[in-house]
Design a protein around this ligand. Structure first.
Ligand code: PXG
Length: 465
């Protein structure tokens, strides 16, 4: 049997990795110089690396390991499903029991009339499905010109050409001729850096009304949909002002456009509700899901689709699908993950215990001289690093310079806390207990203290003009 284990010294593993493995969102020359951290195992909320270090994973892998690592039940379900039916497709009038059972469960959990699901292997594929589905929807209703999708700058919707076009990451658009036609971006509701002298409430309304202005500018008859994350995740855990979402919902109701809510990060308990949609009281037509659906144990995602849209799409063949749509092993693993989430009342644990405790600790960080603001909803939190607490301004150095220095301290202190530009972010496994959160806080404070000193010593404690 192939043995995949930590069978070589770390340096050799790192050299092989750098020689042959092209990493996502990584400069491979830098990787070769520094060597990747080799993660060899994990249990609960803790990772182990090839040097035997124990690392607190405050990012739940990549925002996905919601129930924590090392749950044998998921491994056993995967094993059983592989023996029984490792693969079959759901094309050409076929189906299988894991697909049926998972679709049924998701229809029960998803809010409103989001009772239908089109499966994919992850969030990017699901968002590609969404592009095609909303255009097809209007086409079938005799409005083929209604195909523009409005999104937001600094949104993240995935990495395929379609999903990256939906996203608003300039660095991604700059590589590979994106966005594709008929996708446009409005500004994000990022009060801390973009709110100027407006109150958060007024700014939230102003940014929401950019959607209305864009619809009017393009003409309602050309706009198919608006897509957004309830809280921007990869963009830096940007929590919109309270006025933002009600106004967006009002605009979507007023004009005949579809609302796509990307719940890839906010879904499956992260906000203390099953979905961010419920946290904000939204009524989407389509909801993107992935990550926490299987707690990352198997690659699976999908689009939850309302009755209104599914009925139209179902009228004729939708010429779209992936080999691994509703992969039986992934579907079985997801189903078991959802069973555990329900049985162990993990969403309630977030809402009533973990998130309030994390919030109490997180907001204490606002007193640190290096921290300009703290934001948190459920188990996703961010803080802005600042050179001057009295103004909401970026550093004079290139964005991310300071954040990276703090992240390096976190890495050294065995805490996975990330930086996005000069914001620090966490999104821990939902199963964190109070003592895990205490450890997170302790290491975060230590890393901030050390980062603060390093940034001062480097002469970077300067605000942009
Ligand atoms: N939508 C959202 C909101 C996401 O966060 C995707 C779609 C794409 O999902 P897949 O499964 O195709 O990766 C994501 C993924 C980061 C980071 O740096 C975030 C994601 C992926 C990779 C890196 O925080 N989110």
């Amino acid at each position: 049997m192939t043995r995949i284990s930590n069978h070589l010294p770390t340096a050799e593993l790192q050299a092989l990795d750098a020689a042959h493995h092209m990493h996502p969102f990584t400069a491979n020359d830098e990787l070769a110089r520094l060597g990747a951290r080799v993660i060899t195992g994990a249990k609960g909320v803790t990772l182990t690396d090839s040097e035997g270090e124990e690392i607190l994973d405050a990012m739940a892998g990549l925002w996905c390991v919601n129930i924590g690592y090392g749950r044998d039940e998921l491994a056993e379900v995967a094993y059983r499903q592989m023996k029984e039916l490792p693969y079959y497709n759901t094309f050409f009038m076929s189906t299988h029991v894991p697909a049926i059972a998972l679709a049924d469960k998701l229809a029960e959990l998803a809010p409103g009339d989001l009772d239908h699901v089109f499966f994919a292997s992850g969030g990017s594929e699901a968002n590609d499905t969404n592009i095609r589905m909303v255009r097809r929807y209007w086409d079938l209703l005799g409005k083929p010109e209604k195909k523009v999708i409005i999104s937001r700058k600094n949104a993240y919707h995935g990495s395929t050409v379609g999903a990256a076009s939906l996203g608003g990451m300039q660095g991604m658009h700059a590589q590979g001729g994106m966005p594709i036609p008929d996708i446009v971006h409005i500004n994000q509701p990022h009060w801390y850096l973009e709110g100027g002298d407006l109150s958060p409430e007024d700014f939230g309304l102003q940014r929401a009304r950019e959607l209305e202005e864009k619809i009017l500018e393009l003409g309602e008859d050309r706009v198919a949909a608006f897509i957004a994350e309830p809280i921007q995740g990869a963009g830096g855990v940007i929590v919109p002002p309270e006025t933002y979402w009600p106004e967006i919902q009002r605009i979507c109701d007023r004009y005949d456009i579809l609302l796509i809510i990307d719940e890839v990060i906010t879904g499956f308990g992260r906000t203390g509700e099953w979905f961010g949609t419920q946290y904000y009281g939204l009524r989407p037509d389509i909801m993107t899901i992935a990550k926490g659906l299987s707690s990352g144990y198997a690659p699976i995602g999908g689009s939850m689709v309302s009755g209104k849209v599914a009925e139209v799409i179902g009228k004729a063949e939708f010429t779209h699908g992936y080999t691994y749509s509703a992969h039986p092993v992934a579907a079985a693993v997801a189903l078991e993950n959802l069973r555990i989430m329900e049985e162990e009342r993990i969403v309630e644990h977030v809402k009533n215990e973990a998130a309030p405790y994390l919030a109490e600790k997180w907001h204490q960080l606002a007193d640190h001289p290096f921290v300009g603001e703290t934001k948190i909803v459920g188990m996703m939190a961010s803080l802005a690093l600042t050179a001057d607490k009295s103004v909401r301004k970026p550093f004079a150095s290139a964005p991310g310079t300071v954040g990276y220095m703090v992240r390096e301290r976190c890495f050294k202190n065995n805490l996975i806390m990330r930086h996005v530009g000069d914001r620090m972010i966490v999104a821990p496994p939902l199963v964190m207990q109070k003592d895990d959160i205490d450890l997170l806080f302790e290491r975060a404070v230590q890393s901030l203290d050390e980062g603060y000193k390093a940034v001062k010593d480097a002469g970077l404690m300067k605000t942009a003009d």
